[in-house]
Write a protein that binds this ligand. Structure first.
Ligand SMILES: Cc1cc2nc3c(=O)[nH]c(=O)nc-3n(C[C@H](O)[C@H](O)[C@H](O)COP(=O)(O)OP(=O)(O)OC[C@H]3O[C@@H](n4cnc5c(N)ncnc54)[C@H](O)[C@@H]3O)c2cc1C
Ligand SMILES: *[C@@H]1O[C@H](CO)[C@@H](O)[C@H](O)[C@H]1NC(C)=O
Ligand SMILES: *[C@@H]1O[C@H](CO)[C@@H](O)[C@H](O)[C@H]1NC(C)=O
Ligand SMILES: *[C@@H]1O[C@H](CO)[C@@H](O)[C@H](O)[C@H]1NC(C)=O
Length: 504
């Protein structure tokens, strides 16, 4: 009898072990974390990926972050007389929740984006001029455009409202395998349709007038994306949110977010330029999990290392990252996507206001001039800026002059600077391949390039902004994590909005 009871006990134990292993298979904890992850690019996309990957995969995974220039990428400053000014990505919207969160969690502070009065120049005259009296502005706007600016505000609000759903999905750990699926999950077909149409077409259909589009909307697209209203309607809406109040920047420079994220993620910064990513022939390396070899140049030497997971966080084209993919089947081709060339110039001097207005110099109260498409000027905009340390509105230097920032399609010649300024003592510039040249219908490049090889910057073809890179980074980290652990139920889920609405 005792023997039979012993046998029964033993088989129950087996049964229990068996059931447990089944049960555990369904949960996320079974598979050991990856050993090594590579991230290419230490801009906001790469550094926030490092941060989110560390959160998901835990403390033991080794994360290498490759950067060939400076940490920050398109977040960078230029120095004028010892003060730093934002030269790339500069303003952040109050509802950009990831950026807001980073600043709070990383112990950084914020500064308010410079205010001041704005005018719009059409090549002949200022077609719109803000006044310091709020009521007066409303009257001017209504007088010239009826209630279109109010309607415009509501249109933008609606897009933003829907887009904000992404934060809830991400806080519940849901990931998407393509930018289109992500956008569909937040706003359905209507939202995805925004990528297929120009802003112009979309707003025209919604009843906005040509005059309003030319004088109010195009100038905003020109300053934010160096393009006009023929960009896709989604990036158009993102651009219009920059006309909201409460815009901010990081005290000391937006790029500080990147260096702090890098520190907080405890990843290893490698100064080098990645040349190749090669899929290893698994049999030869003997290590079946380390799928990818990253070959990079550091100084004059070429090195390489093996990784389980690779994230590419820089635009994949020859001019910008020049990375070649070897040994992939099907091959990963180069992405032939054109980025807009924009030059940032900072000038410390006195603006020649008669370029824009016949009014006397001391009656020209504007601190920002935007331009229409017809303006035919060599700049897209010009405006007074504060340094990254100024908490309030910009202060003139002791000689009464301000630092002005302009964006232009080409490098300004000395003659051009003298056309805009009565005098100047200092000018510095930085050239960018700044953001995609938008051409709807837009097709966003894939996020999953291969089994465990991910690409973040496809999201820029929906819209390029710091927050968009952070959202792509969070998504890629979640996607890499769920795919590593086989959690198919956390990827590309339908009906998330309804599902999470009841879950508070
Ligand atoms: C002039 C300008 C104004 C802007 N204004 C705003 C704004 O006001 N608000 C806003 O939200 N956004 C703005 N943006 C957009 C915003 O700056 C970008 O969307 C964002 O910074 C992109 O970040 P990223 O990390 O995806 O790419 P990047 O910042 O470009 O980072 C990629 C990094 O990868 C590195 N790299 C590339 N190839 C290799 C390689 N082979 N090996 C190693 N390293 C490599 C690069 O050196 C770079 O540092 C602006 C951009 C510009 C240029
Ligand atoms: C957008 O256009 C593409 C073709 O360019 C088409 O396949 C897709 O269905 C369109 N999507 C929407 C939501 O209209
Ligand atoms: C791209 O990289 C290849 C080698 O990896 C090099 O020969 C070529 O000059 C590079 N091109 C650019 C535009 O940097
Ligand atoms: C200022 O600009 C106006 C208009 O372009 C020009 O006529 C004038 O000569 C400029 N003034 C100076 C001092 O350069």
């Amino acid at each position: 009898m005792g023997h039979v009871a012993g046998e029964l006990g033993l088989s129950l134990l087996w049964l229990w072990l068996l059931l447990c292993s089944w049960g555990c298979l369904g949960s996320a904890e079974l598979r050991a974390p990856p050993e090594k992850i590579a991230i290419i690019g230490a801009g906001i996309g790469g550094t926030s990926s490092a941060y989110y990957l560390r959160q998901k995969f835990g403390k033991d995974v080794k994360i290498d972050l490759f950067e060939r220039k400076e940490v920050g990428g398109r977040l960078a400053t230029l120095t004028v007389e010892g003060q730093e000014y934002e030269a790339g990505g500069s303003v952040i919207h109050p509802l950009n929740l990831h950026m807001k969160r980073f600043v709070k969690d990383l112990g950084l502070s914020t500064v308010q984006a410079s205010g001041g009065l704005l005018g719009v120049y059409d090549g002949q005259t200022l077609v719109f001029e803000e006044s310091s009296w709020f009521i007066m502005n409303m009257i001017k706007l209504v007088w010239r455009y009826g209630f279109q600016s109010l309607r415009m505000h509501m249109w933008v609000e609606d897009v933003l409202d829907k887009f904000m759903r992404i934060y809830r999905y991400q806080s519940h750990d849901y990931a998407f395998s393509s930018v289109e699926k992500l956008l569909h999950a937040v706003g359905g077909d209507d939202f995805l349709g925004l990528l297929n149409r120009t802003l112009h077409e979309t707003l025209q259909k919604a009843g906005f007038s040509e005059k309003f589009l030319n004088e109010m909307i195009a100038p905003v697209m020109r300053v934010n994306y160096g393009q006009s209203t023929d960009i896709n309607a989604f990036v158009g809406a993102v651009s219009l949110t920059a006309a909201d109040s409460g815009l901010w920047a990081v005290e000391g420079g937006n790029k500080l977010v990147c260096s702090r994220l890098l520190q907080a993620s405890k990843s290893n910064l490698i100064s080098g330029s990645v040349m190749y990513i090669e899929k290893t022939r698994t049999k030869q390396t003997g290590n079946p999990t380390k799928m990818y070899e990253v070959v990079y140049q550091s100084g004059s030497e070429t090195h390489s290392d093996f990784y389980d997971i690779v994230l590419v966080a820089t635009p994949l084209n020859q001019k910008m990252s020049n990375i070649t993919f070897l040994n992939f089947d099907p091959p990963i081709e180069e992405f032939h996507q054109y980025y807009q060339h924009i030059v940032t110039t900072l000038v410390k001097g006195e603006l020649n206001s008669t370029v824009f207005s016949s009014r006397a110099k001391d009656q020209f109260g504007l601190s920002t001039v935007l331009t229409t498409d017809s303006s035919d000027l060599f700049i897209n905009n010009v405006g007074i800026v504060s340094s990254v340390r100024e908490k309030d509105s910009p202060q003139p230097s002791t000689d009464g002059t301000y630092v002005w920032k302009t964006f232009s399609p080409e490098v300004l010649t000395k003659q051009q600077i003298f056309k805009l300024f009565l005098s100047y003592d200092y000018a510095v510039k930085k050239s960018w391949l700044a953001y995609p040249h938008y051409k709807p219908p837009e097709k966003c490049p894939s996020i999953i390039l291969h089994d465990r090889l991910y690409y973040l910057n496809g999201i820029e073809f929906a819209a390029s902004a710091m927050e968009m890179s952070a959202i792509a980074a969070h998504n890629a980290a979640l996607l890499a994590y769920h795919r590593w652990n086989g959690n198919a139920d956390m990827i590309d889920q339908d009906g998330l909005y309804e599902k999470l609405k009841t879950e508070l």
